[in-house]
Design a protein. Structure first.
Length: 506
């Protein structure tokens, strides 16, 4: 007998974008529904620490690589297309177009019985040429998949509300940080937001649609609100004083995205497509999805309840995925060279090693808790300035924070770093995602020496790119003693304090 209780195998679902916000939440929902799951990822190791990792198959590949995609499609019943070039460069539309064509062709060749795609809700009566480039591209991807010859379900959603979603984080930080706001005119635009749990319910339910269904469906919650009303109602649910919101017409989409990037952790490269999509009214024109995926009691979830649920997840540190789960296009992704005599060019290092008057466990708790609200244990102003400079040149800055206040897993974003490797109790390796003329890593080790004493070892590495990279390293080297030296000493002190607290409790 198989997972579905019959002699026939449970349907096999291929999930692309499993390292992203929606994909990372869809996989456990599909498993819970009795499906088998295969994930396609450019970096499979980034899925290693997810709670469901042992239950799903993970293969290496990319939607733009026809060969790897063909291999991943073998035996697949339902293929989920959950990738977008959000925040990518100027050629993102061509990248999206090519990836969708390859995906549809390989799905057809493999005999996949259904493709499911999550796209964006488009405004009624607005010519496609007037849509934002990202919304226009999402609509085109939907058309390509519908014409692929494989029965396809296209789900179109506007603002997705859930803990960690880019739309929710944008709303949350704008409302919480600005009691008085001078805002763009799009705050008057009517929107039909949808709770992430209703998006996931529709995605899972779409796997069982009849073979003759090949169309798009609008999905949304029960409330149609302006963005201004969303901010006012968010403040009420969060227990904040009423916000004063003053729309002004002079903020263009470009200026709006920088304004959002200034106030929220969402960088301008991500904020721009989000704000551009709010220029036109995005309201569902039908709810036909209920014919195939019936609404259970209490669904679709209303705006206030969606916000309450998301805030509760944030407060309970149960945010399973975040908008920053997926790497930003253009962010460095090269793994750390392992050959000490690496032939790829210069590899500069700054190493610190010192004894710690603490248990190794206490030291590890400090290491794993670094970043976010806990900071970086040295020269806070220098870190803040580096974060602001990164934002000014279009980088992610220092404010992405953490998914979880105490625990990290491979692939987590951590301010302007990403967790490349973690060996619990021993090693944390971070890869820099700030804008740099080269590649950079930061390693932190909790060790025990031959005499049984705890030691903290820290290594910063930089592989310069060209003459500018060389100049950058030597230009910042004089500050390493303050920044990296102070960081090592303060981590050791924090670990000692942590060890004393633990002993006092015991």
């Amino acid at each position: 007998m198989t997972a579905n209780g019959h002699d026939t195998p449970a349907p096999l679902c291929l999930v692309t974008g499993a390292t992203g916000y929606i994909g990372g939440r869809l996989v456990p929902e599909l498993l819970a529904a009795g499906h088998r799951v295969r994930c396609l990822a450019r970096s499979p190791e980034r899925l290693r620490d997810h709670p469901w990792a042992g239950e799903a198959e993970v293969v290496r590949g990319d939607v733009t690589d026809a060969a790897s995609l063909a291999e991943a499609m073998r035996g697949v019943d339902v293929a989920y297309y959950l990738v977008h070039a959000l925040g990518a460069g100027e050629d993102f539309e061509e990248t999206d177009r090519r990836a969708a064509r390859i995906f549809g062709e390989r799905a057809r060749d493999a005999g996949v019985r259904r493709v499911v795609y999550l796209g964006g809700l488009t405004p009624a009566g607005v010519p496609e040429r007037e849509l934002s480039p990202h919304l226009r591209s999402r609509a085109e991807v939907g058309r390509i998949l519908l014409a692929s010859g494989v029965p396809t379900t296209v789900l179109r959603a506007a603002v997705v509300l859930g803990s960690g979603s880019a739309s929710f984080e944008m709303l949350r930080y704008l409302t919480e940080r600005l009691p008085v706001m001078v805002t763009p005119s799009w705050v008057r635009t009517r929107i039909q937001p949808v709770a992430v749990r209703d998006v996931l319910r529709a995605l899972v339910g779409s796997a069982g649609m009849p073979a003759d269904v090949n169309r798009a469906f609008d999905i949304g919650g029960p409330d149609v609100l302006t963005y201004r009303e969303m901010m006012i109602r968010y403040a009420a649910v969060a227990g904040l004083p009423r916000r004063l919101i003053l729309p002004v017409p002079v903020l263009s989409p470009g200026l709006s995205s920088h304004w959002v990037g200034l106030v929220t952790p969402v960088p301008a490269s991500i904020a721009r497509p989000l704000t551009e999509s709010l220029r036109h009214e995005v309201v569902c024109r039908e709810h036909d999805i209920a014919r195939y995926v019936p609404d259970p009691p209490g669904h679709p979830v209303g705006f206030d309840e969606a916000v309450r649920l998301a805030l509760q997840r944030v407060r309970d540190a149960q945010v399973t995925t975040r908008w920053s789960s997926a790497s930003l296009p253009g962010a460095p992704s090269d793994p750390l060279p392992t050959d000490p005599d690496w032939a790829g060019g210069s590899l500069y290092t700054d190493c610190r090693d010192l004894p710690v008057d603490a248990s190794r466990e206490a030291l590890w708790r400090v290491i794993e808790g670094i970043g976010g609200d806990n900071g970086w244990y040295s020269f806070p102003l220098a870190w803040a300035v580096r974060g602001w400079l990164d934002r000014l040149v279009g980088g992610v800055g220092l404010r992405r924070g953490r998914r979880d206040a105490a625990r990290l897993r491979v692939g987590d974003s951590l301010d302007f770093w990403r967790v490349e490797e973690i060996e619990p109790g021993s090693l944390l390796r971070l890869r820099a995602e700030m804008r740099l003329p080269g590649l950079a890593w930061l390693e932190m080790y909790a060790e025990t020496d031959g005499a049984g004493r705890t030691r903290y070892r820290q290594r910063a590495l930089f592989h310069p790119r060209g003459l500018l990279g060389q100049a950058y390293w030597w230009g910042v080297s004089p500050f390493h003693a303050v920044v990296f030296g102070g960081m090592a000493r303060n981590i050791a002190r924090a670990a000692a304090a942590e060890s004393r607290r633990a002993a006092a409790v015991a």
